[in-house]
Ligand binder design. Structure first.
Ligand SMILES: Nc1nc2c(ncn2[C@@H]2O[C@H](COP(=O)(O)OP(=O)(O)O)[C@@H](O)[C@H]2O)c(=O)[nH]1
Ligand SMILES: Nc1ccn([C@@H]2O[C@H](COP(=O)(O)OP(=O)(O)O)[C@@H](O)[C@H]2O)c(=O)n1
Length: 228
């Protein structure tokens, strides 16, 4: 276990590679990857009160209100007192960032800055394994068998809110709400922004940054892992 706990957030518009990069970070540095989108989908599948409410927003390509997000996520974070974690997709508004602030001190925030055309192309090709949250892309990282998850063999699905009609509204909204959050983390001196069109070109910079802050897991140094 790491000597000091490490708490990080990864921000970026839909399709910017938060999930893909989070998985790489989790694998290399042993942080627990917490995905706000996955928490939401788990709650929707389980028909919890928050899940039923969240569904009505997600279906319309809208953000879930702050009080629903914080009620859902903060208790999960409070349970993780002994773990280092990387939170993906939360906070995405200033109110969420302030609520998170009152729960824990973040060590680092990664913000991904990816052009619109790239996001649109990626998302129209995004396929998900709902049970695990594993993400595929027909060009970038296709499944071994078309339409099937590599590990379980179960069918892959596409999210309704990845379709271009919902996407434009999601991106516009992201831009508006993320700016004050980015400014807040910038003023705290913990924001690191990465721009580009390819995850494989951004990843080495994120990897080097994190290597200066946390040791990589010993087992990943000796085993073959499929990272560039
Ligand atoms: N073509 C391409 N697709 C990528 C790249 N990085 C990630 N993707 C794919 O783009 C989609 C969005 O990535 P994801 O990690 O889910 O982004 P998130 O919405 O920010 O969590 C997924 O289908 C990924 O497999 C890349 O560099 N090139
Ligand atoms: N902090 C958050 C995170 C997700 N969400 C909602 O949950 C949906 C799915 O989240 P996600 O993290 O899988 O989205 P992507 O950025 O991966 O496309 C988003 O499109 C939002 O509708 C939200 O409202 N607030």
């Amino acid at each position: 276990m790491m000597a000091k706990l490490f708490r990080a957030v990864i921000m970026g518009p839909p399709g910017s590679g938060k999930g893909t990069i989070s998985e790489r970070i989790a694998q290399r540095f042993g942080l627990k990857h917490l995905s706000s989108g996955d928490f939401l989908r788990e709650n929707i599948a389980a028909n919890t009160e928050a899940g039923v409410l969240a569904k009505t927003y997600i279906e319309r390509g809208l953000m879930v209100p702050d009080h629903v997000m914080t009620r859902l996520l903060l208790p999960r974070l409070e349970e993780m007192t002994c773990h280092s974690w990387l939170m993906d997709g939360f906070p995405c508004t200033l109110a969420q960032a302030k609520a998170l602030n009152s729960t824990c001190d973040l060590d680092l925030v990664i913000s991904l800055n990816i052009p619109y055309e790239t996001l649109k192309d990626r998302l129209s090709d995004r396929w998900i394994h709902p049970a695990s949250g594993r993400v595929y892309n027909m060009g970038f990282n296709p499944p071994r068998v078309q339409g099937r998850d590599d590990l379980s063999g179960e069918p892959l699905i596409q999210h309704d809110d990845d379709q271009p009609e919902a996407l434009v509204a999601r991106l516009r909204h992201y831009k508006d709400v993320a700016k004050p959050v980015i400014d807040l983390y910038k003023s705290k001196g913990i924001l690191h922004m990465f721009s580009g069109t390819e995850t494989d070109r951004i990843w080495p910079y994120i990897n080097s940054l994190l290597s200066t802050k946390i040791p990589s897991r010993p087992e990943t140094d000796t085993q073959h892992i499929p990272l560039p």
